[in-house]
Design a protein around this ligand. Sequence first.
Ligand code: NAI
Length: 786
Amino acid sequence: MVETELRAASVPAAQAKPAASPIRKVGVIGAGVMGAGIAAQVANAGVPVVLLDIVPGGAAKATERMLKTDPAPFMQKAAARLVTPGDIEGGLPLLADCDWIVEAIVERPDAKRDLYAKLEAVRKPGSVVSSNTSTIPLSALTQGLGEVFAADFLITHFFNPPRYMRLLEVVQGPATRAEALAAITDFGDRVLGKTVIPCKDRPGFIANRIGGMWMQSAINRAFDLGLTVEEADAVMGRPMGVPKTGVFGLLDLVGIDLMPHVAASMKATLPETDAYVLGLRDNALITRMIAEGRTGRKGKGGFYTREKGAGGESLKRALDLTTGDYRASDKPQLESLALRDLRALAEHPDRGGRYARAVLLDTLAYAAALVPEIADSVADVDAAMRLGYNWKYGPFELIDRVGAAWLARALAEDGRPVPPLLAQVAEGSFYRVQDGALEYFGTDGGYHAVPRPAGVLLLADIKRRAKPLARNGSASLWDLGDGVACLEFHSKMNALDPGTVEMIGKAIAMGRKGGFKALVIHNEGEQFSVGANIGLALFAANIAAWGEIEGLIEQGQKAMRSLRDAPFPVVGAPSGMALGGGCEILLHCDAVQAHAESYIGLVEVGVGLIPGWGGCTTMLRRWAENPRAPKGPMPPVAKAFEMISTAQVAKSAFEAKEMLLLRPTDGITFNRDRLLADAKARALSLVEGYAPPEVKPLRLPGASGRAALAMAVQQQAALGRATPHDVVVCDHLAETLTGGRKDHTEETTEAELHALERRSFMALLKTPATLARVEHMLETGRPLRN
Ligand code: NAI
């Protein structure tokens, strides 16, 4: 029962899944960090999963624990019900009807093979078995297990944490059945949302092999060149496009004790002449740190730590790499750090520049030397590093940034060999755009289109091929083909400003003139939109441009209504954060096709405001029209109030459905690269017979409702859970949501509610406490609790 309910929730009725996957039930063995996380992701996708562990009760405990883990492995609590935990002892028969069994037990070939032998006795014919091993060659895993097993076996290497890391490396053996590989690739891609990258059966596959070299080089060179940890991490950060943890911050995050394990396994499996093995060295400081339990965030601090200052405040400390003692953490001051251009950085004579050059040469030369040993295409290598290590650019994209010829010359200057592929590309580049299509340099010396699987549509590809239909500094309008247009935001963090509102107006006008028959709102930024640009609001408030601000709110409301009331369907397709105004845009779309990793919420109270672009009004209507919600004027108000007053954000598209920020019929796409194609299909499916929704007035409780909410807030304040300004903000919110001076005997129209939203918004913006919140948010990125 639970299972079908969940499936129904995750698969929108209007959007039939493309051919159903033959994988309907999954088994995962080993309920550790990886196994439990993989099982959770399978359950997130609405597929039942058996999770077994050798420790009695271990799988059940792991499932329980995951409900409390942050960031959450489950996209909604209910998904945990799709996990059936069990013990290996006695539980193996639970695997009999599984179509795919993933092994994620201890990293020992003998233990894994013993387990596979047991699986042969229970699994059904044609089921697929895969290992999540990070280091053991496939041939060692299938040894002695017979042909049938080898034909059904492959390696599926997930990254930690499996829900959030988008890379899935897959390795097939010489005997692996093509259908087995195809079924897992399809399931990994469409159902679990991963980018599946085929790898050769070489140690560390792609990402850990290159990532391992990068880390080793970044550590060794920092010691050799005398950089501080902050300097090293800053050089790695922006110019190179590595996440801002850099290398030492990353080690603290993953656990410094992981390093010797990785080194040992690489050393055992790679030839002695491999550049990684040649660069291995004992680092006395790191050895000492591990011995003392200073293994990073999970241990007693790492390269960075926090200490309590005299006044009880938390102070950031950094390890001095020469003495091994902590000192106050400093902002690095190197001149080279101001450079944005990667080559200029690598040519700068200060230690930051020399460090960048050294690490780039080590890492990029290594990557270039490994194609085709580890992968057939440089595009696959780049994708693996972007998705498995969160690099902004893969190694070959980095080579193009510094120039392949520059890299070859630099290597030659240092007396180092130039990898054949790098010599082959010579003065050229690893990528080029030909007739609007992105192509990569192949090992055959020719260029080939970067492949896009069927059902993958990227705005980046469209943008390479065509000019926008319209464009300003904040947003653009693109033609997706088949009569569908795409409205793209491209301001910083996709904050919404007058330019965005103007482009919405333009899009609607073009559509009304028959320029297209459906509109999708989508972008490929990290965040769909962080909401209205509060920096602009603060600026306007500081010069008391009240009329302008109120005008902008009114125009925003009008834009939202126009999205909803347009004579053609509008589909929102968010990924990442859709907050405040970004959320309000989605609330006014006819349908939403959301990436599963969408974080949606009305967070305005965090900056002392209330949703002013129809967010209050729409949430009231959503709850009033929800057949499962209690009837009467007060329940929808209480629901909307609770959500908005606490600035609740849904931590997945599924949670957004629970909160009615998405409708039950809205679609969810697991693979981000498939989101736009799914949204476009959804938009086209709505075209025939489309009529804009009817907007009914509401009956709201009025003053008595407002008083009830005020009392509840006073109680929270008395308990210390609401600050003085929370009380003020909540009162304005309550006034708006309860319909102001009207009560349940009369109807309140949308226009009246929008006027209330504006009035409350303006009143709040004029309070110093709200301005203090806005200022604080802009400065620190965190809400001020005043
Ligand atoms: P872990 O130590 O957290 O979990 C392993 C689990 O397997 C434990 O719960 C253990 O009780 C159980 N187990 C051990 N032997 C078993 C057996 N014979 N039958 C059933 N259960 C058994 O290990 P982790 O980190 O989850 O790693 C699992 C696999 O995934 C390893 O092959 C590892 O190399 C690989 N891997 C690990 C990554 C990571 O970041 N931790 C990333 C990618 C792959």
